[in-house]
Design a protein around this ligand. Sequence first.
Ligand SMILES: C[S@@+](CC[C@H](N)C(=O)[O-])C[C@H]1O[C@@H](n2cnc3c(N)ncnc32)[C@H](O)[C@@H]1O
Length: 257
Amino acid sequence: MNKDWNPELYLRFNKERTQPAIDLLNRIEADAPTKILDVGCGPGNSTQALAQRWPAATILGIDNSVAMIEKAKADYPHARWEVMDALNIKYVGEFDIVFSNAVIHWIPDHGSLLKNLFHALNDKGVLAIQMPLYHEMPVYALVEERYRQMFPESSFESDHVFNFHSAGYYYEILAQMPCNFSIWETSYMHVMESHAQIVEMIKSTGLKPYLDEIRDNAQKVDFENSVLHHLPTVYKIQSNGRILFPFKRLFLLVGKS
Ligand SMILES: C[S@@+](CC[C@H](N)C(=O)[O-])C[C@H]1O[C@@H](n2cnc3c(N)ncnc32)[C@H](O)[C@@H]1O
């Protein structure tokens, strides 16, 4: 059962989550964009980063989570927000920038999605996308393994929720489109105080579909504890007691040509 997002829990790691958005928008060469679309704006953190760089632009944040849009409206009441599914975007030639940070892995069929977002750009527009490469991280395999161990009868398939692909997959799509583009990957070395902090960080994102699947609250806690118990096998404690949690991310920057 899919539950809505928890904006407060998500924003506990606001700095770590927004840094890739800042890094991505800093790569965009646009002096004075007037219209920007933030797809999957969440609680408005990425939208706010866009507004700080281009204060004169009109920015529309869209998200299909009511809880996320309510939080964005509450924190940034003067900005423009709409509950909208990215799959229903029908803009043509409207935006200078279409931006999406940490979203599209929740959406299927990236071939159609990228073409649709590209169509929303005007003639000089730029499409800028970042997504986590969570499936390449040890924590993903660990969570999968713990879930299968604890719930062997479950028919839940994480690849029905997550849509992860390689750089090569995006290259094939973009090479067929009338555009110029760059693709790169970055690993962010998050310094965590404890393994429990890693669980806290993924609880509102990568762990969420598994937790949504488990109905019984006591079983949810057992599952979280099982993940926590095994995390030291894949993320070692440094000599000062902290833990490095490398977070891989893939970036796409696409311009009209
Ligand atoms: C990890 S958050 C990213 C929030 C923000 N962009 C950031 O930079 O932190 C992912 C967001 O994507 C939204 N999302 C997922 N699927 C979506 C869809 N099909 N259409 C619109 N938003 C979607 C979720 O509701 C959630 O708010």
